[in-house]
Design a binder for this molecule. Sequence first.
Ligand code: ZN
Length: 425
Amino acid sequence: MSFDLIVRGGTLPGGAVRDIGIAGYRIAAIEPRIDAKAAREVDATGNLVSPPFVDPHFHMDATLSYGIPRINASGTLLEGIALWGELKPLLTHEAVKQRALAYCDWAVSMGLLAIRSHVDVCDDRLLAVEALLEVRKEVAPFIDLQLVAFPQDGLYRSANARENTIRALDMGVEIVGGIPHFERTMSDGTRSVTDLCEIAAERGLMVDMHCDETDDPLSRHIEQLAYETRRLGLSGRVAGSHLTSMHSMDNYYVSKLLPLMAEAQVAAIPNPLINIMLQGRHDTFPKRRGLTRVKEMLAYGIRVGFGQDCVLDPWYSLGTADMLDVAFMGLHVAQMSHPDEMRRCFDMVTTESAAIMGLGDYGLAVGNKASLVILDAGDPVEALRLRAERLCVVAAGKVVAERTGQKTRLALPGRPDTVSRRHKA
Ligand SMILES: [Zn+2]
């Protein structure tokens, strides 16, 4: 057997030490020792080799726009939406595209090779849709980019939003989005969920809605989303993003809601960095955490993937395309400190999110797409603790990012010359 690339001696997330042989853009062999030679070999001895990071919730049309035309002074979701409304008329096709491509460079350097991005369809020009469709095509050799038609200003609340959602789907956007909690009334929100799910069912598409991104315990659109998922036979193709109101809901109500979500196979996508930053802004003290019930959903067998949501945009003033930051925050806010729970947090930014996105050939197995990341860590939990350096990133069989010279030299009397914060118990 001949290989184009062999990644030698890395530790897989499950703990096995393996050589990975790559032919073309596929993984051709995973064995304790591959005797063949390849045109290129990468030494991963002692390091973690993981499937690439996956971000199931992002806004690539807004990213890297922080400060244009001003910053979000209150730090709330609602001022963020208003600010984005000021920025939208100023957007140009080229600026959106260049910012998105710059972000994709960051993503590749961080081993983030699959992204689901919402794209606002409430601007009648749909220039962000056109720009991101072009970006999707340009990055396709190394990033799986999915696009969600997102009526940011409300399907019914904003003029033309419904028509524009359909236009965006006709143009090639592949997922139906929504924002029921931002419609004018609860009943409009409910109606929008039904309407959008019917559009998805008719076209055979997936659904991913911003759902109940509020601290209002009576925001219960996730119930309707799960109900419509079952009614329309969309099980396994629907995700509710954020679901922050569940944090504040009555426990009895949640005990009825979670089994419904599980039966409908609706996935959940919390966005820990953004939720902890934006929610609870109307509280004094005690102040709510603003993250949905992650552990409780997992206990019901509901699939959960952590999303990043925002990097340097009207809603969030930080961010580096690092899904380990996202998982690290989620781990803390959801108090997932047991080793099994920490390990699950790593899965929630890799395999679990890949499953939510329906990425068929993802993962470290023979026959799958040869995309992986080598991390300066011994295992997934250590990767989280260190938010470990990405030493090398392989996308579809090609080395696309490499880090050099990561050692820090120490100058302390009687201490070692270099320091690494890696640790084995
Ligand atoms: Zn979002």
